[in-house]
Ligand binder design. Structure first.
Ligand SMILES: *Cc1c(COP(=O)(O)O)cnc(C)c1O
Length: 404
């Protein structure tokens, strides 16, 4: 920053040494920045880059949700500061949706909190529960906010590798006793980003047993619960016995209703944990724009179930297309039952990054290197199904020409 040291236009400036918090130095080098640069470089040569690297639905928010926003935006009552924890009607709609979907009831006054997108909740919840020196158990590969939320608050990450042979589920039995003793929180995320793995309720039952035994908070990120295929219904942690004693679950309208830009989600669960999150929010943010909450209520009330089913059918068609085609090219991948990702091994002789770079430079197709989600993602890449089938076909045709 340049500070003027003398008034009166003497133009004497002094260079000031900017110091930022040391916690910023704890973040890993931002791998995606280099890939963004490469993507721009490729595009600047006139290549029409097909982006399969973005976890952001291309399908629009359902019409009636947009209409509710338009109406609500005109009402002056919505122009004022919203409550931190969300409108009672929003929280009620969230707990009703939750009860209909998972068969578990929550008190919307004490056990639900509105979020400005679940990313906000995940970060602020870490501030609410992590003390310096606490261990946070983090899946690797995983959504980067679990890690930054941990280290920003002085926590110590302990990575739980997600391995193919374990169905991309952490092996809790392998956690050393001393680590379990110091652990404050365990993060889980199913259906999973980036591996697209899904679980049955027994996974959450095991996790709840582990958490109750070791006094650990179970934090479950449920962002993809509704993006599922082939009749698969993702479970909630609260269907597992004992979970109310130790758990919180983060839900997002972003993927379910194609609303990533709107920033709305909610946390649900143990009243003490919800209360702690609310305390942080009261001090850090000012709640979700009420007109967005009104629109979210419209979505949660469920008038668009046909449209959401149609969206899942579109993702499924893309999944079938991509999985079939890249397997034919010799890439090894599971057929996911949920999420709009395909997690694929890289061909022999490549790392996540070297394969990603070659595909981008020579085929003009952007994918995500698994190592960008942690060392446990090395050897994999993630394809996102967030482009039309026509573009997917084009992408696959270009990959075919590479011969890896
Ligand atoms: C997209 C995503 C989220 C949610 O994002 P918001 O838009 O902030 O609700 C949370 N976790 C994972 C793993 C995601 O992929």
């Amino acid at each position: 920053m340049l500070l003027m040291t003398k008034p009166c236009g003497l133009r004497l400036f002094q260079q000031v040494q900017i110091k930022t918090a040391s916690r910023l130095g704890l973040l890993p080098p931002y791998l995606f920045a280099e890939l963004d640069r490469l993507k721009k470089e490729v595009a600047s040569k006139g290549v029409d880059v097909i982006s399969l690297s973005i976890g952001d639905p291309d399908l629009p928010t359902p019409h009636h949700i947009v209409e509710t926003l338009k109406r609500a935006a005109g009402d002056p009552i919505n122009h004022r500061y919203p409550d931190y924890e969300g409108l009672p009607r929003f929280r009620n709609a969230a707990s009703d949706w939750y009860r209909r979907r998972f068969g578990v009831s929550f008190d919307h006054q004490r056990e639900v909190c509105a979020l400005i997108g679940s990313k906000e909740g995940i970060a602020n919840f870490s501030t609410a529960v992590v003390d310096p020196g606490d261990i946070v158990l983090i899946p690797d590969p995983g959504y980067p906010v679990y890690y930054s939320g941990c280290v920003f608050n002085g926590g110590e990450p302990y990575f739980l590798p997600l391995r193919k042979e374990n169905g991309f589920v952490p092996d809790l039995a392998s956690i050393p006793a001393e680590v379990a003793r110091r652990a404050r929180m365990l993060w889980l995320n199913y259906p999973n980003n980036p591996t697209a793995a899904t679980v049955d309720l027994s996974c959450f039952e095991d996790a709840v047993r582990f958490c109750l035994k070791h006094d650990v908070i179970l934090a479950h990120d449920s962002a993809y619960s509704e993006i599922a295929y082939d009749g698969y219904r993702a479970p909630s942690v609260f269907q597992a016995q004992g979970s109310r004693e130790c758990a919180i679950e983060f839900h997002s309208l972003s993927k379910t209703f194609s609303m990533t830009g709107w920033r709305v989600g909610f946390a649900i669960g143990n009243a003490q944990l919800i209360g702690a999150l609310g305390k942080v929010k009261t001090n850090m943010d000012s709640g979700v724009f009420q007109a967005v909450q009104e629109a979210a209520i419209t979505g949660l009330e469920g008038g668009d179930s046909d449209q959401l089913a149609a969206y899942c059918a579109i993702y499924k068609q893309r999944r079938d297309l991509l999985v079939g085609s890249i397997r034919a090219l010799g890439l090894e991948c599971e057929q996911p039952r949920a999420t709009f990702y395909v997690w694929s091994k890289v061909p022999r002789g490549y790392t996540s990054v070297s394969f990603t770079e070659r595909v981008l430079k020579e085929a003009g197709v952007a994918i995500t290197p698994g190592s960008g989600f942690g060392n446990g993602g090395e050897g994999y890449v993630r394809f996102a199904l967030t482009v039309s089938s026509e573009r997917l076909v084009e992408a696959v045709d270009r990959l075919k020409a590479l011969r890896f």
